[in-house]
Design a protein around this ligand. Sequence first.
Ligand code: HEM
Length: 229
Amino acid sequence: MPTTRTPAEAEPRTFSQALRERSWPLHDVANGAEFINALMEGRISRAGYAALVTQHLFVYEALESVAAGMRDDPIAGPFVTDELTRVPSLRRDLAFLLGSADAVDDLEPLPATRRYADRIRETAQWPGGFIAHHYTRYLGDLSGGLAVGTIVSRTYGFQLGGEGVLFYHFAQIPKPRPFKDAYRARLDAARWNPDERERVIDEVVLAYGLNTEIFLALGAVHPATPAAG
Ligand code: HEM
């Protein structure tokens, strides 16, 4: 007698597929924020863009300081690679945008950014949580982030991959697709039980929410300029 199978049962999902499927609605909320839409339409001032880069600096300082302590962790260690490191690029972008390297040391995060950075730092005790934040930022940077970099360069007249937009340029990852495929394979190979997998997915959902909060806060301080025409 034929068995009745749901489509999900017919095609077992990998962890990385389940993660993407469960978190994708939140991805759309994050990149649907007015600030991001306006950025993609060239309707955010240069000061507004510098404010976004500033928030990135605090987020990646948190992420990369936790990453440094995870290098030898059996689960998180394989995800940590120097090819992804963003803080030096962010500092150079900001020095360029603000006109001096000293100005970078005086920057303060928005409260929403502080909350995100604090949450990331808390995962120093939880490799799965760290990977959730690592995935949310770096896989995004290697996906839509590349398009954002191209548009931002055009908007402000920066050289593609040059100062002001170094953050979007992964000099050591010329081919993002195989890198992302290998990353997903590492996610699938991580020895997590079903409960831990659920916790990691929940943390990714939370990470998207924290990103959205930052975009909302940035939109309140730097509203979009009117559309041309
Ligand atoms: C203008 C803004 C954005 C655009 C246009 C965009 C676009 C995309 C696209 C097209 C993909 C699929 C790439 C692929 O399948 O290889 C993707 C993946 C991804 N994006 Fe975004 N994105 C944006 C913003 C964001 C933001 C703000 C975040 C998180 C903070 C993010 C996180 C991710 C992640 C984690 C993935 C990988 C999903 C997976 O395959 O597991 N994106 N993005």
